[in-house]
Design a binder for this molecule. Structure first.
Ligand code: ATP
Length: 260
C-alpha cells in the first residue's frame, strides 16, 4: 500500500459561544460545539444565516467575533496556517498553469524538491496529472475546482474549510466532486468543515450536520445552532438508500422547506 498522499495532523475545532454582529445587527449567536479531529461536519442553513461568517472566523479571516474559537488547543490566529479554505469559485490565477496554481498553496518552508513531489502527489490525487501544464481557461469548471482543492491541500491543513465548494457545478460533476472529496478525506484524514445549502450533499458527506437558523419562538435576532445531528451509517453512503429519509425530512423542516 502506498504511503498516505498527505498526512496532516488533523485538528479539532472548538466553538465556545461564538457570535458575530455587523453594525449592531446580530447575525450569529451562541454557537457552541466541538468538531473532533478527522471529522467531517456540514454546516447547513438558509441563505444569509451566517454559514460563511462562521467559516471565515475559523480560518482567521475575521477577527470580529465574540466568544472563543480554538483549533487544537490554541486560539485561531489571523490567516491561520493550520487551516486552508476552498471557495465556490476556484479562484485560480488565469496566467499560471494548473501546476503553478497548486504550488501557490505550498508552505513557504518546504524545499523545492519536496514541494514538487507534493504537487505531483496532489495532481495524482485529484486526477489532473495530465492537465498540469494547462491554464485554467483550458480546463472544465469541475477540473478547476479539483485544482482549487489540491491547492488547499498543499498546505496539509489540519482543518480544511470548504465554502459551498461544489455550488457552481452541474449536478453530475457535483456528485463526482463529492466522491472525490470522500476519497481525499479517506486518504488524508483531515478535519473538514463544509458549508452547503444542499441537504443531500450534507447527508452524503458528513459525520455530523450543524443546522444554523432561528427558532420561530426566539425573541432575539441572529442564527444559532438549531440542530446538531449525527448522520447514521458509514461512508460512502448509498445515495439511493431510504433509511436517511426521516433525517432528510427533519433537516428540510429545519430549513423551513416542506419535503413532500
Ligand atoms: N463584512 C460584512 N459586513 C456586513 N455584513 C456582513 C458582512 N459579512 C457578512 N455580513 C452579513 O451577515 C449575514 C450572513 O452572511 P453569510 O455570508 O455568513 O451568510 P451565509 O449563510 O453564508 O449566506 P449564503 O448561503 O447566501 O452564502 C448576511 O446578512 C450578510 O449580509
Amino acid at each position: 500500500m502506498p504511503p498516505p498522499v498527505v498526512a496532516p495532523e488533523s485538528l479539532s475545532v472548538t466553538f465556545n459561544e461564538v457570535g458575530r454582529a455587523f453594525g449592531g445587527r446580530t447575525v450569529l449567536r451562541n454557537v457552541t460545539m466541538t468538531v473532533t479531529p478527522g471529522e467531517v461536519v456540514a454546516i447547513l442553513g438558509a441563505s444569509g444565516c451566517g454559514k460563511s461568517t462562521l467559516l471565515r472566523a475559523v480560518g482567521g479571516l475575521d477577527s470580529g467575533f465574540t466568544g472563543s474559537l480554538l483549533i487544537g488547543d490554541s486560539a485561531v490566529t489571523r490567516y491561520d496556517e493550520r487551516t486552508a479554505v476552498g471557495f465556490q469559485e476556484p479562484r485560480l490565477l488565469p496566467w499560471r498553469s494548473i501546476r503553478k496554481n497548486i504550488e501557490l498553496g505550498l508552505p513557504k518552508d518546504l524545499s523545492k524538491s519536496e514541494g514538487q513531489s507534493r504537487v505531483d502527489e496532489l495532481l495524482e490525487l485529484v486526477g489532473l496529472s495530465d492537465r498540469a501544464h494547462l491554464r485554467p481557461r483550458e480546463i472544465s469548471g469541475g477540473m478547476a475546482q479539483r485544482a482549487s482543492l489540491a491547492r488547499a491541500l498543499a498546505r496539509q491543513p489540519g482543518v480544511l474549510l470548504l465554502d459551498e465548494p461544489f455550488g457552481a457545478l452541474d449536478a453530475l460533476t457535483r456528485l463526482k466532486m463529492q466522491d472525490l472529496l470522500l476519497d481525499v478525506h479517506a486518504k488524508t484524514g483531515t478535519t473538514v468543515l463544509l458549508v452547503t445549502h444542499d441537504v443531500n450533499e450534507a447527508l452524503q458527506l458528513a459525520d455530523r450536520i450543524l443546522l444554523l437558523g432561528r427558532h420561530e419562538s426566539d425573541p432575539v435576532e441572529g442564527a444559532a445552532v438549531k440542530a446538531l445531528v449525527s448522520v447514521p451509517g458509514t461512508r460512502p453512503r448509498d445515495r439511493a438508500a431510504t433509511d436517511l429519509a426521516p433525517l432528510r425530512a427533519e433537516l428540510y423542516a429545519g430549513l423551513g422547506v416542506d419535503s413532500r
